[in-house]
Ligand binder design. Structure first.
Ligand code: GLC
Ligand code: CA
Length: 511
């Protein structure tokens, strides 16, 4: 298994909006290479790169038209090979984004599949038997080609569903997972993985991993499918890391993924902490982490140490954290995110508290997600240092706020969010107990504060986080040995009680 995951701290890069090296208004691979030192200084040692393959970009690249070629707007396959080498030189790693569930309507496979005459790709996608027969429970497209059938789509109408079979086929057109065509689809996808892994990529973040096999309520079919991928990787690329967009770690980890994300959808109660009317991390102190912790504990127990649960700061699909929180509250969020088990994921720009930009017109299928995808704010120069292009040529408009945060400003300011995050990451890196695999035990999650013990090889660290503006306490028998990190006025431990001052967090070694 990929040993590097034990201490991985990820940085998610949305390539469109990170750094534009040639002034055409859109980010590119050369731009990413030029910022690797920055990412490393932040303390991150791994990258998740959103899709960077040839695509008509109807869903920002999640509609792949050629799995084997880097989109020209980002560079070439040679460029990405260089990115891999530059990362490895720094002892860093990278996950590419694999979109196995669907392609673009412009993919060659789909062009063949649309034809009325049978051919090798006729059954590569999920088609019904007739133009008037809709696939139940799925959206579909019809009437756009000679083939007399409806094709199921997974997300937007431009993303036809690849055929991995149905767990419980019910109609004549629904194939079983063991039929030839679904098996060929999986082989084709494993070929794609093989291609990039051979070139030097370190693994994949897998898009909508829970949804390849259809009619699969409990995920059993998808678990079988991904275990086939697990066997292939164990044999050919045992070091490859696999992270799923699934949102149900009890299933995905059984499916052979090393890690799964908690997401803004699904049963995790992740939103209770960050994205709701009264999030737990607000200083109003009216939120609750109780349900989140309950669910987390369930998943943690079910995963039985088999894999990791990742709690991202955000991603390209969610509103930015800063929509809810000010800088002090964001520091609390990161004290939590960076001291939990599983690998942390920082969405580009969250480390400086980039805002969700309101009122933008959708770009490339972003819709309300567009405001979370605005260009990275580097410095005080033109377009915040993102691009030398004319402002009206930028891929997405910049945050127009004159006071927008930048890396430059926050690097100079010891009190900034960026400086705080660097400090927390440095502490995490020094203590194995705080890293991905350190044991986690929640000791208080009733109301405020939130407290848990991380432990590994005899070291025990009590983490207490009180985002609220009130002092609060709970009972715990522990002996404080040494404080290793403090935010705000801090926490006291003694006489069977832990007391957290308002807006404070502390990591304390205990005996
Ligand atoms: C995932 C991606 C999202 C995309 C969708 C369809 O949820 O994160 O951006 O639109 O899948 O591929
Ligand atoms: Ca560019």
């Amino acid at each position: 298994m990929a040993k590097w995951l034990d201490n991985a701290i990820f940085y998610e890069i949305y390539p469109q909006s990170f750094c534009d090296s040639n002034g055409d208004g859109i980010g590119d691979i050369q731009g990413i290479i030029s910022k690797l030192d920055y990412i490393q200084e932040l303390g991150c040692n791994a990258i998740w790169l959103n899709p960077c393959f040839v695509s008509p970009f109807g869903d920002a690249g999640y509609d792949v038209a050629d799995y084997y070629t880097v989109a020209p707007r980002y560079g070439t396959n040679e460029d990405i090979k260089r990115l891999f080498a530059e990362l490895h030189k720094r002892d860093m790693h990278i996950l590419l984004d694999l979109v196995p569930g669907h392609t673009s309507v412009q993919h060659e496979w789909f062009k063949e599949s649309m034809k009325a005459e049978r051919n090798e790709f006729t059954d590569r996608y999920v088609w019904t038997d007739g133009i008037w027969e809709e696939p139940q429970g799925m959206s579909s497209i019809k009437g756009f080609c000679d083939r007399e059938a409806c094709c199921a789509v997974n997300f937007f109408s431009i993303q036809p569903a690849l055929n991995y079979g149905f767990y419980k086929p019910e109609k004549p057109w629904q194939m079983s997972m063991d039929d030839e065509a679904p098996k060929a689809t999986l082989e084709a996808m494993m070929d794609v993985m093989r291609f990039w892994l051979k070139m030097g990529c370190d693994g994949f973040r897998v898009d909508m991993a829970h949804s390849l096999v259809k009619n699969d309520e409990d995920g059993k079919g998808n678990i079988i499918l991904w275990n086939k991928v697990r066997d292939f990787l164990d044999k050919e690329f045992p070091e490859a890391a696999m992270v799923s967009e699934w949102g149900e770690p009890d299933k995905s980890l059984q499916a052979g993924f090393h890690m799964d994300f908690l997401l803004h959808f699904g049963p995790s109660h992740y939103n209770d902490l960050f994205r709701c009317d009264e999030p737990f991390f607000s200083k109003r102190g009216k939120g609750s982490a109780k349900e989140f912790v309950k669910k987390y504990n369930e998943n943690y127990a079910k995963s039985g140490g088999k894999g990791l649960i990742c709690i991202p700061s955000g991603n390209h699909d969610m509103y930015r954290l800063a929509k809810w929180f000010d800088t002090d509250e964001l520091k609390m969020c990161f004290a939590f995110l960076l001291s939990m088990s599983g690998a942390p994921f920082i969405y580009y720009g969250d480390e400086i508290g980039m805002r969700y930009v309101e009122g933008l017109t959708s770009v490339e299928g972003g819709f309300e997600r567009t405001g979370s995808r605005s260009p990275m704010q580097w410095d005080g120069s033109v377009n915040a240092g993102f691009s030398a292009a004319r402002a009206d040529r930028l891929y997405i408009k910049m945050d127009p706020d004159e006071d927008r945060p930048t890396v430059e400003k926050q690097t100079k300011d010891d009190n900034s969010l960026l400086s705080e995050i660097k400090r927390i990451i440095a502490v995490r890196k020094k203590h194995k107990a705080l890293q991905s695999k350190g044991k986690l035990e929640f000791v208080y999650a009733e109301d405020y504060p939130l407290a848990y013990i991380r432990s590994c090889e005899g070291e025990k660290i009590l983490v207490v986080i009180n985002p609220s503006d009130k002092e609060c306490s709970f009972e715990l028998d522990a002996r404080a040995e040494e404080s290793i990190y403090r935010l705000g006025k801090g926490v006291t431990v003694g006489s069977g009680k832990v007391t957290a001052l308002p807006q404070s967090a502390e990591f304390i070694k205990i005996g």
